[in-house]
Design a protein around this ligand. Structure first.
Ligand code: 2IT
Length: 450
């Protein structure tokens, strides 16, 4: 391996010994960009790799809130402004019990390259809290969000850092966070946050964008293989906002999501989650009980298998991991390899462990697409929301959807062409990583010492 590259990886492992997810994502991206680093000796001269793994800054703050019984709770909040070379820091907030510094940092690092792939002027950031939204009342969520924003507001702004949602942060939380920002600053700067409600500057199609974008990307892959989306059966892990968007778009295009998993097991619906009633029920499950997908099986009378995942089933055409990081370990990857399924389209951030990903990528005839390209439509439409806010206009759903579609096509094409340029064939993982990295590196080089 390139000496400079391996030195930076070793350094990262040493400095971040207690941050396994962050080390994992650095190793993943850096193993892909080796041909680029070999072709650009100036990266070493200007220490681009060393700079790339160090967030520009990261805030840690206390978030104290009172529950409905008047008891005090103290959580930890983070915001990581990872890389601002391409634009204001941009990325979601994740509220989840298991959130820690390693998770925020890995997400911020990935976000930097993902945002570069959108082709829009956004840098990479991420934030969150170890707050557990499960079972909290609306009033408790409100108080938590107000306290969170009170700690954060002075570090963000429409031209500084623009948060959005991620797991545990949806339209309701975004509303409370924005309300508190406006109250504290006394200005109408709705471009400070994206994923807003339509009544105060949200973008049409933003809720659907990540899932729709993932399906548009899948269509490009299928077209490359002289195949089509019509009739495809898709297995999706997770039933959050992203999976919901995939179900809607897949249905519109004549495909269907037949397997869905949650923390409690998975269900199999041979007809697909493809009626309005079923898709609405998915939304309802997410809002009321995100830890169980069994209620779907009970309601619609389909098979439920408790306590396991469906990876390895043979009666699907496409796997789309859309839940949490490291969902697919080597053990599951081996089952996927045995299944003979041809398309493995990552959707969630880092859903595959590095060893599982390596095993999947080695398999001849299996097409693997990386999440930082596939799920980029979400943040891409967030950037479009920022444009609408600065224009003080609202674009039509059709216009946003068309731009999203073009963006996804472009991300696929750039990834494909970049891989070809480096003699790697149709390698969407390497192509996506190299294309995103190259863009950020160029901007950093041109901006001098920063
Ligand atoms: O992982 C992601 O790209 C997001 N959670 C969306 C970020 C955004 O700023 O819309």
């Amino acid at each position: 391996m390139n000496k400079y590259l391996s030195n930076v990886i070793e350094d990262t492992k040493r400095k971040h010994a207690s941050e396994p997810e962050f080390v994992q994502t650095v190793e993943d991206v850096f193993s892909s960009v080796e041909p680029l680093v070999n072709a650009h000796p100036e990266y070493e001269k200007f220490d681009i790799l060393g700079r790339m793994v160090e967030p520009e800054r990261m805030f840690i703050f206390r978030v104290v809130w009172m529950d409905d019984n008047g008891e005090y709770h103290t959580n930890r909040g983070w915001r990581c402004q990872f890389n601002g070379a391409l634009g204001p820091y941009k990325g979601g907030l994740r509220f989840q019990k298991n959130v820690n510094e390693s998770i925020i940092k890995f997400l911020g690092f990935e976000q930097t390259f993902k945002n570069a792939l959108t082709g829009l002027p956004i840098g990479g950031g991420k934030g969150g809290s170890d707050f557990d939204p499960a079972g909290k009342s609306d009033a408790e969520i409100l108080r938590f969000c107000q306290s969170y924003m009170t700690a954060l507001y002075r570090y963000i702004g429409p031209d500084v850092d623009v948060p959005a949602g991620d797991m545990g942060v949806g339209k309701r939380e975004i509303g409370y966070l924005f309300g508190q920002y406006r109250r504290l600053k006394g200005v109408w700067e709705n471009g400070v946050i994206t994923g807003k409600g339509l009544s105060y500057g949200g973008s049409l199609i933003r809720p659907e964008a990540t899932g729709y974008g993932a399906v548009y990307y899948l269509e490009e892959v299928l077209e490359h293989e002289n195949d089509s989306i019509e009739g495809k059966r898709i297995g999706v892990s997770g039933f959050g906002n992203v999976a919901w968007g995939i179900m809607k778009k897949a249905t519109q295009l004549g495909a269907k999501v037949t397997y869905v998993s949650g923390p409690d097991g998975y269900f199999y619906d041979p007809d697909g989650v493809s009626t309005e009633e079923k898709i609405s029920f998915i939304e309802h499950m997410r809002a009321t009980d995100p830890r169980h997908c069994k209620p779907y099986a009970d309601k619609f009378g389909v098979e439920f298998v408790p306590g396991t995942k469906f990876w390895g089933v043979k009666d699907v055409d496409v796997y789309m991991p859309s839940a949490v990081q490291n969902d697919v370990t080597l053990e599951w990857a081996e089952k996927i390899l045995e299944s003979g399924v041809k398309y493995y389209i990552e959707v969630a951030n880092m859903p595959t462990t590095n060893e599982a990903l390596a095993a999947l990528r080695r398999k001849e005839g299996l097409i693997v697409a990386p999440s930082k390209a596939v799920n980029a439509g979400g943040v891409g439409v967030s950037a479009l929301e920022m444009s609408q806010n600065s224009e003080r206009l609202v674009w039509s759903a059709k216009e946003v959807d068309e731009q999203l579609h073009r963006m996804m096509k472009n991300i696929h094409d750039v990834s494909m062409k970049t891989a070809e340029e480096f003699g790697l064939g149709y390698d969407l993982v390497a192509g996506g990583n190299i294309a995103g990295f190259k863009k950020v590196a160029e901007a950093m080089l041109e901006q001098g010492v920063f």
